[in-house]
Design a protein around this ligand. Structure first.
Ligand code: SIN
Ligand code: FE
Length: 288
């Protein structure tokens, strides 16, 4: 079952308790309904899908260079965007420091994204369609077994909620279903290749996670039948979730900010609950 922990006000779970880590690691979503990400009037002018360059899915800030990509704005506009997205990254850092002190020193901050487009506008292949239930896996950025923890903010100026479906099955159950299906269809060879061959910096874990992502999205039966819960994430709210283990689908909404972190599993409260360890137990192999 997906545990939705709704945190109003500033207060994190009892200081020193590991309640938040426990909820997240068990596949929960932690929502902060009244954590509005404040924007200046110059920044609210960035709430416009036409600032996108039309090629990239999102506008993103590279922490290494401090530069934004995915926008056709001029230098002055890019400065405003970089400052806004950078401030969101800091806000996400602060939120997690408060929420899960045990993760704080281990979290590795990655790309920060701004998503000005309406979700339902996207016309995409099934594999690229995030309206279908999936776990996140990055083809170009292998994680080598580290967790993907994400912080989101809905910054919609007209009050429109961002609507997600969140799968109710555990990661282990989903992985088992996919494995059975692949085996039944004689696609075991593909899976075996994932365990035996490493492409580039991709570990067998990365390859397996990409297969899980694709298999779930391409499985019309799973998409139709999987137990799920609809989650309305109101404008002015933030939320935190492990998107590598929690099946999620973004159904509708517009204007969000998102911060991605990687977390080495040793920093988890219970690393046995990580997708890496679950898949290793399932396959009897070391994957990263
Ligand atoms: C996703 O990670 O699938 C997309 C989430 C979102 O943009 O709300
Ligand atoms: Fe996703």
């Amino acid at each position: 079952m997906t545990d939705i922990l709704d945190l109003r006000g500033q207060a994190a779970p009892q200081a020193g308790s590991d309640r938040a880590a426990q909820v997240l690691e068990a596949g929960g979503v932690i929502t902060f309904p009244d954590r509005r990400f404040a924007m200046s009037s110059a920044e609210t002018r960035m709430l416009d899908p036409s600032i996108s360059d039309g090629r990239a899915k999102n506008i993103s800030l590279d922490p290494a260079t401090g530069r934004v990509s995915g926008t056709k704005l001029d230098d002055a506009g890019q400065v405003i965007l970089a400052e806004m997205i950078g401030r969101f990254a800091q806000t996400a850092d602060d939120l997690l420091a408060e929420l899960t002190p045990r993760y704080a020193s281990a979290l590795q901050r990655r790309r920060t994204s701004f998503r000005p487009g309406a979700i339902s506008d996207r016309a995409l292949s099934r594999r690229k369609d995030d309206r279908r239930l999936h776990v996140d896996a990055f083809p170009a950025n292998p994680v080598q077994g580290r967790r993907i923890l994400r912080v989101f903010a809905n910054v919609n100026p007209t009050g429109e909620a961002r609507v997600w479906n969140v799968g109710d099955d555990t990661f282990a159950a989903v992985a088992e279903r996919v494995r059975k299906r692949l085996t039944a269809r004689g696609r075991g060879a593909g899976l075996k290749a994932a365990f035996g061959v490493t492409r580039g910096r991709q570990s067998p874990y990365d390859q397996l996670m990409l297969q899980l992502h694709d298999a779930a999205k391409l499985d019309d039966g799973y998409q139709a039948d999987a137990p799920r819960r609809r989650l309305e994430l109101p404008a002015g709210c933030m939320w935190v979730v492990y998107t590598d283990s929690v099946m999620h689908a973004a159904l509708s909404g517009q204007y969000a900010l998102e911060q991605t972190y990687l977390l080495p599993i040793e920093a988890m409260q219970d690393e046995a609950a990580s997708p890496l360890r679950i898949l290793e137990r399932m396959t009897g192999r070391s994957l990263a």
